[in-house]
Design a protein around this ligand. Structure first.
Ligand SMILES: C[S@@+](CC[C@H](N)C(=O)[O-])C[C@H]1O[C@@H](n2cnc3c(N)ncnc32)[C@H](O)[C@@H]1O
Length: 355
């Protein structure tokens, strides 16, 4: 049992890191809303009365956000992972990322108005990536393809989740710790598919610094960003590759993770990717998916999940929220262990059947 004073110190340290971070991103939401109102006024559009936010929905969202933070802290106190370092960079880096984020908002708004979703499909990119991939997901400039998009990405995600994206990602660590218990980390292998800018892999390395990891993503720019972000760690390999053809031998790794990626994939690709995870995992290996809640998980959120893809360009989200992952994974040789809610996301845990 921890000494009460040391528990207090842990809680104070946790709060002193997480609360200012959340306030920073919540501040972005506030400024973004004010800017949107200003633009509407300038355009002479009668300020649409803000949709009356259901106070019970807000309350539920707040409660679930607090529950996530409590769980994050409980995991630290239980020794599952150390006090998290978000490695957001210096204040100058953060300011620069905010500048990039705000500077892109008018272009995002324009694209949303015109429903322009295929700007990144051009003579240079056509055929270089799968057709579904060449879209302006979230209406963002550059889709997944440019350096600027990679530099803006983490601010965009943290603003969307009011500074809790990393805390949601970390909820994949407890089931990972279960799978790794009793093993020498140097003998294990983890593959993170659709690793993006490498934020989840950073959290993994904070717990298992000597674990050999492979992060793969189809975006060269995001992989370059991840390489810079993860350069403090050894045994960290990052490659540009398609999750539909994971560059790893059959039965070769102990864990496959994927964070916030599956809702971005067409249903057919989603199935292929889960099949690939099954192929590369050793018998008994663990697959952990963290992604949006689905329809019915929290009935109060169903309407919000319905609206989400209309505002952000999320072409496959509607099929995602009704996808039966349990059945899909079972057909590919997995046993579904559990789902755990984490604010607006959930952690899905599967084990590949031992032979
Ligand atoms: C919403 S981002 C999630 C990134 C990261 N996992 C995170 O935690 O933020 C989705 C990522 O999936 C990648 N992606 C989409 N389709 C892919 C595919 N077939 N193979 C590899 N990566 C893919 C995109 O390039 C993008 O970086």
């Amino acid at each position: 049992m921890n000494h009460p004073l040391s528990r207090l110190a842990t809680r104070a340290a946790y709060a002193s890191r997480q609360l200012p971070r959340m306030a920073w991103y919540a501040g972005h939401v506030y400024v973004m809303r004010r800017l949107e109102e200003q633009v509407r006024r300038q355009e002479g559009v009668r300020a649409r009365p803000a949709p009356r936010s259901d106070p019970r929905l807000k309350e539920r969202l707040n409660d679930d956000m607090v529950a996530l933070l409590e769980q994050d802290l409980a995991n630290v106190e239980a020794g599952v992972y150390p006090l998290p370092e978000d490695h957001d960079g210096s204040i100058l880096t953060m300011l620069n990322r905010s500048r990039l984020f705000f500077r892109d908002l008018p272009a995002v708004d324009e694209r949303r108005k015109r429903n322009a979703t295929r700007e990144v499909l051009n003579a240079k990119t056509r055929g270089q990536r799968p057709h579904y991939y060449l879209q302006n997901f979230h209406f963002q400039s550059g889709g997944w393809l440019t350096e600027e998009s990679a530099d803006r990405y983490d601010t965009q995600v943290e603003v969307l989740f009011k500074g809790t994206a990393n805390a949601m990602r970390r909820q994949a660590l407890p089931p990972l710790a279960e799978a790794f218990a009793g093993h020498d980390q140097r003998t294990l292998r983890l593959i993170d598919i659709g690793c993006g800018t490498g934020r989840f892999l950073d959290s993994v390395k904070q717990v298992w610094p000597r674990l050999p990891t492979l992060g793969l993503d189809l975006s060269e720019a995001y992989i370059r960003h991840a390489q810079r972000h993860l350069k403090r760690w050894s045994r960290s390999n990052l490659v540009v590759a398609d999750a539909e053809a994971i560059p790893a031998p059959d039965n070769s790794c102990n864990a496959v993770t994927s964070i916030f990626m599956l809702h971005e994939l067409p249903p057919k690709v989603r199935r292929t990717v889960i099949g690939e995870a099954a192929r590369v995992l050793k018998p008994g290996g663990r697959l952990i998916l963290v992604d949006s809640l689905q329809r019915g998980d929290v009935p109060q959120y169903d309407e919000m999940l319905e609206r989400f893809p209309q505002h952000y360009h999320e072409p496959y989200y509607q099929s995602y929220v009704i996808e039966d992952f349990s059945a899909m994974a079972r057909r590919r040789g997995f046993v579904h262990r559990r789902d755990t809610k984490a604010f607006v996301s959930k952690v899905m845990v599967f084990d590949k059947k031992a032979r």
